[in-house]
Design a protein around this ligand. Structure first.
Ligand code: 5AD
Ligand code: SF4
Length: 450
């Protein structure tokens, strides 16, 4: 019997932004697979093209429109020779600017936000009938209840979304508006999905959420579980060897979660804990609801629980009202914590957020100069941390081929990229590697036993 026509359709998804978006893109592919869509790396042959967008920092919308311009050419070329090509804009830019996108880009067929992509089959049906679709509601029923149970293999290192949205309302941030209110999945759902991922080859699971350590999902016992409890339960699963979670808020690092870092060997000794600023005045203006010393205290507690733990963070440079002294306070916090790696961003006003109305803006030239100084310090710390690993033996989870022939690339417990010459059969295994070189963005090592 001839394969149905639908089996030939190709799906191209381009993903920007955080790991939540990476997870959402994978789930979109899972939903579209029964409709006959197979993923492709190139838009050239695609029958459906989805841009999964991020709105967190500046120029997000410009980037989307410039990419749409390219996709439009593919669509028009393909449609000249017959057939239909659909273009969809998904994610947080779609959520925030859906109407504007449909108005400015008449060739876009579907616009939907992060909370409605489980309705893709209905949307595709409508768009096939030449109806333009916009779907940016926050539905009463969570998408997680409606997503298919089928998961394509994510490989040895998998993402699992456990929590979504945010009620913290930091004054610079669009997330509470684009992703909606904080919501935790139930522990039963999460454990089920973890089992499926492990059956499909996952040895490492990264638990995801905009505010992952605010997780408060219902447990099988009817009680509310925190993240520490969830991690302890996941750690009992055979086949799972590594657990990570991201992104966390300092205020939600409760004692049980901190204790889990000392007690659960499978929980990796690396934590991304954004602080945004080292100045109490700026932290207040950001509505972070903690001081720089509160953050230092959390770091200290985590180090007491797990002495080899390493940290990364996000900082915003040039937030309205940031003086030279406030900036120095951020540098001082970095010196005190000694990060393994760190992200820093020049502040950009996001429309609709409270900070966008603040008057005391930092001149762009000053913000740029501060950003350069800040990144110099961060780079020094990152190299120092990577070099401190030289001579140590670390378990490396090899998950891809390296650039050089015969090399594999993997991740250390501290999430560093590690290159080593290794037999292909070591792919997807955690292997003892002696670290021989530490550089700005990666390590090199030698496999100890084969
Ligand atoms: N300007 C600059 N950086 C921002 N971030 C979030 N919103 C803004 C903004 N308006 C940064 C924060 C956050 C990271 C994901 O992006 O540091 O932790
Ligand atoms: Fe945005 Fe703040 Fe929520 Fe993080 S905690 S997602 S920065 S509002």
């Amino acid at each position: 019997m001839a394969a149905p026509d639908t089996a030939k359709k190709k799906l191209f998804i381009k993903t920007w932004g955080c790991q939540m978006n990476v997870y959402d893109s994978k789930r979109m592919a899972d939903i579209l697979s029964p409709l006959g869509y197979q993923e492709t790396d190139s838009p050239d042959q695609a029958d459906m093209m989805i841009l999964n967008t991020c709105h967190i920092r500046e120029k997000a919308t410009d980037k989307v429109f410039s990419e749409l311009g390219r996709l439009r050419e593919h669509k028009e070329e393909r449609e000249k020779v017959g057939g239909k090509v659909m273009i969809a804009v998904a994610g947080c830019v779609a959520q925030a600017e859906g109407d504007f996108i449909l108005e400015r880009a008449p060739y876009v067929d579907m616009v939907f936000g992060p909370q409605t992509y489980h309705e893709l089959p209905e949307m595709v049906l409508k768009a096939n009938g030449n109806e333009r679709v916009i779907n940016t509601d926050f539905p009463a029923v969570s998408k997680f209840d409606l997503l298919p149970d089928e998961h394509k293999s994510q490989g040895v290192s998998a993402f699992l979304s456990i929590q979504e949205g945010c009620d913290k309302f930091c004054t610079f941030c669009v997330v509470p508006y684009t992703r909606g209110a904080e919501y935790s999945r139930t522990a039963a759902e999460i454990l089920h999905e973890a089992r499926r991922l492990i059956e499909n080859g996952a040895k490492e699971i990264t638990l995801l959420g905009q505010n992952v350590n605010a997780f408060h999902g219902e447990g099988p016992d009817g009680k509310v579980w925190g993240l520490g409890r969830l991690i302890r339960t996941l750690a009992d699963m055979d086949g799972l060897e590594r657990i990570r979670y991201t992104t966390s808020h300092p205020r939600d690092m409760d004692d049980d979660l901190i204790a889990a870092h000392g007690e659960v060997a499978k929980l990796m000794p690396f934590l991304h804990l954004p602080v945004q600023s080292g100045s109490d005045k700026i932290l207040k203006a950001m509505n972070r609801k903690h001081t720089a010393d509160d953050y230092r205290a959390v770091i200290e507690k985590l180090r007491a629980a797990r002495p080899d733990i390493a940290f990364s963070s996000d900082f915003i440079i040039g937030f309205p009202g940031e003086t030279d002294q406030d900036f120095e306070d951020s540098l001082q916090l970095v010196r005190d914590v000694r990060y393994a790696s760190c992200y820093s961003f020049k502040y950009s006003a996001r429309p609709g957020t409270p900070a966008a109305n603040m008057q005391n803006l930092v001149h762009d030239r000053i913000a740029s100069e501060r950003l350069i100084r800040f990144q110099q310090l961060i780079n020094e710390q990152q190299i120092a941390f990577n070099q401190s690993c030289v001579g140590k033996t670390l378990g490396i989870l090899f998950d891809r081929k390296g650039k050089k022939d015969g090399q594999l690339l993997g991740r250390s417990p501290y999430n560093q990229s590690v290159h080593a010459f290794a037999k292909d059969r070591l792919m997807n295994h955690i292997v003892e590697v002696e670290i021989t070189g530490g550089f700005e963005n990666s390590l090199t090592g030698e496999v100890l036993k084969i």
